[in-house]
Design a protein around this ligand. Structure first.
Ligand code: ZN
Ligand code: ZN
Length: 370
C-alpha cells in the first residue's frame, strides 16, 4: 500500500512520539497489524515470526526487528519511511533479546502483539510493560484530509454495490446465494475483497451477528444487508441498508421510520466539542420515546479507518470529545426476536461545524420487487 504525501509517515511518527513522552512512556513496541500499517505504510505480516518496530520516544532512530526471510521490498520501504535501522533475525535464533536489548524505562506495546511474544518480552525487560492504545488510538482516531478522502472513496464503492441490490436480492434465492453475488460485486466495484457480508432475512435479521444461511428469502421478508470491504490502501467501508421484499407490514414500516429519524438525529448530533456519548443518546432517546428503546441492543457505532472497528466507539455515556477528522459509523438498529431486524448505517466524518456523510445511498426502506 502507498499513500500520497511523502512526509505523512514522519508526521505520524512525530505525533506518536509526542504523545508517548506526554504519557511518560520511553519506548514503543509496535507489532504487525494496523498500528504498523499506520506508522510505516506497509502491512507486514510475518505470521508467528516476530516483527516489531521499536520506537524510542526521545527521537532516536527506530529499530525494525524482522525475520530475515521477510527482507523484501515492502519491509525495506517501511524502514525507509520511518528512518528505521533494520535488524533481521534468522530461524533458529531468538528475536526477543534484539527487542528487549533496545528497551529501557517504561515500555508500551501495541495491542496486536501476540501473547506468544508479549510474555517472553515481559520476562526479558526490567520495567513496566503497558498497552500502547492510549498513545496510538487517539492519534489514529483523528484522520488527515487524505485519509477522509480514502474513506469517502471506499464509501462510494460500497454505495454502488447497494445501488445494484435489485440484481442480487431476489425472492426465491437463499441468503448464501445473494451473499455470493454481493461478494463478487464488491470486487467489481474496486474494493480489494468483501471483508464481511451480512444478509439477514426475516427472523435472521433479528440477530445482529448473523452473516449468511441457507434460508430462502420470501415475499414480504425484511432483509438487513450490511456489507464492506477495503480499498487497496487499507481504508475500509461499512454500510447497512434494510430492504423489504415486495411489500412490508405497516407496523414494520412505522418502526423503520422511527429508526430512520433516530439515525438522522444521531448524525445531526455530530460536531466538534460534543461528547461521543451524545451521539448515542440522540439515537437511543428517540427510539426510547417511541417505545422501541429495548429493541436497540448494541452501541450506535465504531470508529473506522485502517481498522474496520477501531476507536472511538459510539457508546452510551462515552466521554471522548469529538474532533474534526474523526470518522465512525452511525448505525442504530432494532431487533424483534423471531420476527425481523432493521439497521441503518452510514460512515460520517466530523467536519469543522458538523459532519460529512461518507455514504450517500437512499436511507429509506427500499422495496424490491422480484
Ligand atoms: Zn456494518
Ligand atoms: Zn459498522
Amino acid at each position: 500500500m502507498s499513500e500520497k504525501p511523502s512526509d505523512v509517515h514522519a508526521t505520524r511518527l512525530d505525533a506518536v512520539r509526542d504523545r508517548a513522552r506526554a504519557l511518560g512512556i520511553d519506548h514503543l513496541v509496535i507489532s504487525s497489524g494496523e498500528d504498523m500499517s499506520y506508522l510505516t505504510g506497509e502491512r507486514i505480516d510475518s505470521h508467528e515470526r516476530l516483527t516489531a518496530l521499536v520506537v524510542p520516544a526521545d527521537g532516536g532512530a527506530p529499530l525494525l526487528v524482522v525475520p530475515a526471510l521477510e527482507l523484501t521490498g515492502p519491509v525495506r520501504a517501511a524502514a525507509d519511511r520511518v528512518g528505521a535501522v533494520l535488524r533481521p533475525w534468522s530461524d533458529g535464533t531468538e528475536p526477543i533479546p534484539l527487542v528487549a536489548g533496545a528497551l529501557s524505562g517504561r515500555v508500551a506495546v501495541s495491542t496486536a502483539l501476540p501473547a506468544l511474544h508479549l510474555l517472553p518480552l515481559q520476562t526479558a525487560v526490567d520495567g513496566e510493560v503497558l498497552l500502547a492504545s492510549d498513545i496510538l488510538d487517539p492519534v489514529r482516531a483523528v484522520k488527515a484530509p487524505h485519509e477522509i478522502e480514502q474513506l469517502a472513496e471506499a464509501g462510494r464503492r460500497i454505495d454502488a454495490v447497494h445501488a445494484r441490490m435489485g440484481e442480487f436480492l431476489r425472492a426465491g434465492r437463499t441468503e448464501a446465494q445473494v451473499g455470493e453475488r454481493i461478494t463478487a460485486a464488491i470486487t467489481e466495484e474496486g474494493l480489494t475483497h468483501a471483508e464481511f457480508v451480512i444478509v439477514g432475512s426475516g427472523p435472521n435479521g433479528a440477530d445482529p451477528h448473523h452473516d449468511l444461511s441457507d434460508r430462502q428469502i420470501g415475499r414480504g421478508d425484511i432483509v438487513v444487508v450490511d456489507i464492506g470491504g477495503p480499498l487497496d490502501t487499507g481504508y475500509h467501508s461499512d454500510c447497512t441498508r434494510t430492504y423489504a421484499m415486495g411489500e412490508a407490514d405497516p407496523g414494520f414500516v412505522e418502526a423503520y421510520a422511527v429508526l430512520e429519524e433516530a439515525q438522522r438525529l444521531a448524525r445531526e448530533a455530530v460536531r466538534p466539542g460534543v461528547a461521543i456519548g451524545e451521539v448515542d443518546a440522540a439515537a437511543r432517546d428517540h427510539l426510547t420515546a417511541a417505545g422501541l428503546g429495548e429493541l436497540f441492543i448494541h452501541r450506535t457505532g465504531h470508529g473506522i479507518g485502517l481498522g474496520l472497528h477501531e476507536p472511538p466507539f459510539v457508546t452510551a455515556g462515552a466521554d471522548t470529545v469529538l474532533e474534526e477528522g474523526m470518522s465512525f459509523s452511525v448505525e442504530p438498529g432494532i431487533y424483534r426476536s423471531g420476527e425481523w431486524g432493521a439497521r441503518l448505517e452510514d460512515i460520517v466524518a466530523v467536519t469543522a461545524d458538523g459532519h460529512r456523510a461518507l455514504n450517500s445511498g437512499e436511507r429509506g426502506l427500499r422495496l424490491l420487487s422480484e
